[in-house]
Write a protein that binds this ligand. Structure first.
Ligand SMILES: [Zn+2]
Ligand SMILES: [Zn+2]
Length: 154
């Protein structure tokens, strides 16, 4: 039993279950935090299953929801029909490849792009949620492949 103090919901207690459950929960969060690939629940499940035979996909989903409710994991959105998750919870925009579904962090200082976009959006009274900002395009690998294909068909 653990006591959680939540400023919005007040004081409440949560039963975190058995030790096995909390071990799985720790491993799921650790794995999501350790990768920059913005994984799906299925990916997390497949990575952990070999060393945690009793793990189920339902448990992975349940735990990801648990972390999301507590702000430890954020949902990047649905890419190619599958929800993607991020262990980096500070608001930052994402680049999504329309070809292979790769999700990359936009490699520019957050404040730089955020300041510009906030100003532009503010001009039309719009507030941007940077945790959900997605820029669509092609990743380097797919851009290269597209170029090669175009060259071959010429
Ligand atoms: Zn790609
Ligand atoms: Zn990210």
């Amino acid at each position: 039993m653990i006591i959680i103090i939540d400023l919005v919901k007040g004081l409440y207690m949560v039963n975190l279950g058995t030790r096995k459950n909390s071990k799985q929960r720790d491993a799921i969060l650790e794995l999501i935090r350790s990768t920059s690939s913005h994984p799906t629940a299925q990916w997390v499940y497949e990575k952990l299953k070999p060393r945690m035979p009793s793990l189920s996909l339902g448990t992975v989903y349940r735990n990801i929801n648990y972390f999301r409710d507590r702000g430890l994991v954020v949902s990047v959105g649905v890419v190619g029909g599958e929800e993607r998750f991020d262990g980096v919870v500070a608001p930052h925009p994402h680049l999504v490849c329309g070809c292979c579904g790769a999700v990359l962090d936009l490699p520019v200082p957050d404040d730089e792009i955020a300041e510009l976009l906030t100003r532009k959006a503010g001009a039309v009274d719009f507030t941007i949620d940077f945790r959900k900002t997605i820029l669509n395009g092609l990743c380097p690998r797919c851009a290269e492949r597209t170029k090669t294909t175009a060259a071959l068909s010429r």
